[in-house]
Design a protein. Structure first.
Length: 279
């Protein structure tokens, strides 16, 4: 059975240090002025300090001299409870007991890991007061992401790419013996796939091009080039072809065009696919 001898030290804070000798073994800081902490040194003023805050309990060796130094002279009461716990007179430990507090600021919770979450909520319903806020957060358009409006305003592109019927661009041609335009861009267009094919009409070297040209028909680049020779005539003559897909789409701007270029000595065909919206 434990026996407790209980004493109370009450002092008006003036910022000055104070000390006393006690036969107690447990100290509990019940009250301090707002914002004030106590620096406690045990046995000697040369020993390292222990910081005491309200609701702190400290267990120490009996018959020690205690030196206290307030952190400031803020007016208020210093109240310390002292008692002797005869169950263990040699133990040393410090405990911080909770007091009612108001927490403000942002709470970061990692909802990915660990599992379960390191947050405990009381049983029952969780009430959220939306009316107290100036703006209802559940009925507002998102206009910024991370302080930038660029990503927010381009979110429509995400849905357009996933629904290419809204933005699809397609063009094709066949039995071409010269040049034919497969598509002319009416807005920035992103090419995702192209193809060409050819059938030689004579036994000669042949060439077929799929070109990116500007509005003035100047060649910007050739997306596909196919050179072949129809060495076999008659029924054994074959059709040749190439295809190309672009994991990162190839961009052409408004009024640019994709042109299939062949010649009189072959039949050429081609196709182009793309969209007018990209991420």
């Amino acid at each position: 059975m434990s026996t407790y001898n209980y004493n109370t030290l009450t002092r008006a804070n003036d910022g000055n240090a104070f000390d006393f000798t006690t036969n107690s073994s447990v100290l509990y800081v019940d009250e301090l002025p707002t914002g004030v902490t106590l620096q406690l040194r045990i046995d000697s003023q040369g020993n390292p300090p222990i910081t005491l805050r309200p609701k702190t309990q400290l267990r120490f060796k009996q018959n020690d001299r205690l030196f206290f130094t307030p952190s400031s002279a803020t007016a208020g009461t210093i109240r310390i409870f002292l008692f002797l716990d005869e169950s263990n007179l040699l133990e040393f430990d410090q405990s911080q007991y909770s007091s009612e507090s108001t927490i403000t600021g942002t709470v970061d919770v990692n909802v990915v890991s660990p599992n379960p979450l390191p947050v405990s909520l009381p049983a029952g319903n969780l009430d959220v007061n939306i009316a107290a806020t100036a703006v209802d957060p559940f009925n507002q358009n998102i206009t910024q992401i991370g302080g930038s409006t660029a990503d927010a305003t381009s979110m429509g592109n995400v849905f357009n790419v996933n629904n290419p019927d809204n933005t699809a661009v397609k063009g094709w041609g066949y039995l071409n013996t010269g040049s034919t335009t497969l598509i002319t861009a009416t807005a920035d267009t992103y090419i995702t796939a192209v193809s060409i094919s050819a059938y030689g009409l004579t036994q000669a070297d042949q060439a077929v091009f799929l070109q990116h040209q500007n509005a003035a028909s100047a060649i910007i680049t050739s997306l596909l080039v196919f050179v072949y020779n129809s060495a076999t005539s008659g029924a054994n003559r074959q059709t040749f072809g190439l295809t190309q897909q672009f994991p990162i789409p190839y961009k052409i701007v408004n009024t640019d065009k994709i042109v299939l270029v062949g010649g009189a000595s072959n039949w050429s065909g081609g196709s182009v696919q793309g969209v007018t919206a990209w991420l």
